[in-house]
Design a protein around this ligand. Structure first.
Ligand code: MG
Length: 272
């Protein structure tokens, strides 16, 4: 099932999403997958809803980030060409860092450029949504039992602060620096390689394939869960392909993967 999270009549809902006539539609209010703690926490174990729902186009809904993670784990330099474009070596083992949940931004929301940075980059990424608690996974474990699905993310990065600060907490962690969504899907065929594209003002800037990952999904999950327990709803951002670049006020940045829709966000100066 594909689902989104959105506001309807002042309340938060999950919606089942289907493609109809080439467009994504919210066709029903979603029932809760048993393994998805985020669902259960917010909606109990409901299997039906008390009022009729009229299908609506996804892009007409007031969308929210589709999950409420306890943590967001990002993988740096997981595409060879991106490592090289920033002058870095291809890493011998995964490089991971956090973004705080407070950095999440809904589809359609505005990325705010902080005054303390002079260069803020887009990084389109495929994100894994964790579906069940996982710790100390073996590299040969069936990763599909752990991953509920996939969604789109933009690992917005204050590049100058990333170079200046010994830790990337600030550079990666500003409010609005993690656009996420619009849908979570379990229907992607990762084995075939999934094409990920990023556009800025409609111009294609990134075009990568998950078949170019340096570290596979099971290798990443094994590495991460050797250190920390993953909880349902947690996110793993799998790295960005080459082509990253700076954003300026007024830009519109779009990350897309066939079957996951388009994650579109605008850019503005932080007014505070
Ligand atoms: Mg990244």
């Amino acid at each position: 099932m594909n689902y989104c999270r959105f506001i309807l009549e002042g309340k938060t809902h999950y919606g089942a999403v289907e493609e109809r006539g080439g467009e994504l539609w919210i066709v029903d209010l979603a029932t809760a997958p048993e393994e998805d703690l985020a669902f259960r926490l917010e909606h109990g174990r409901a299997t039906s809803w008390s009022f009729n729902f009229e299908p609506m186009p996804l892009n007409a809904a007031e969308l929210l980030p589709p999950v409420t993670p306890s943590k967001i784990i990002c993988v740096g330099r997981n595409y060879r060409e991106h490592a090289h474009e920033l002058g870095n070596e291809v890493p011998a083992e995964p490089l991971i860092f956090f973004k705080p949940p407070s950095s999440l931004l809904a589809p359609g929301g505005a990325v705010r450029l902080p005054r303390v940075s002079e260069r803020v980059d887009f990084e389109g990424e495929l994100a894994l949504v964790i579906g069940r608690r996982a710790r100390k996974l073996k590299p040969d474990a069936n990763w599909r039992e752990t991953v509920r699905g996939f969604t789109l993310a933009n690992d917005i990065s204050a590049r100058d602060l990333q170079k200046k600060d010994p830790q990337w907490t600030r550079a990666k962690g500003f409010d609005t620096f993690c656009p996420l969504g619009p849908v979570v899907s379990d229907e992607l065929d990762l084995d075939a390689g999934v094409a990920l594209e990023t556009r800025v003002n409609r111009e294609l800037r990134q075009c990568g394939s998950t078949s170019d990952f340096i570290f596979s999904i099971p290798a990443l999950l094994s590495f991460i869960t050797a250190a920390m327990t993953l909880e349902p709803g947690d996110l793993v951002l799998t790295g960005t392909p080459s082509g990253v670049g700076p954003l300026k006020p007024g830009d519109r940045v779009e990350v897309s993967v066939a079957g996951l829709g388009v994650l579109a966000n605008t850019v503005e100066c932080d007014s505070d």
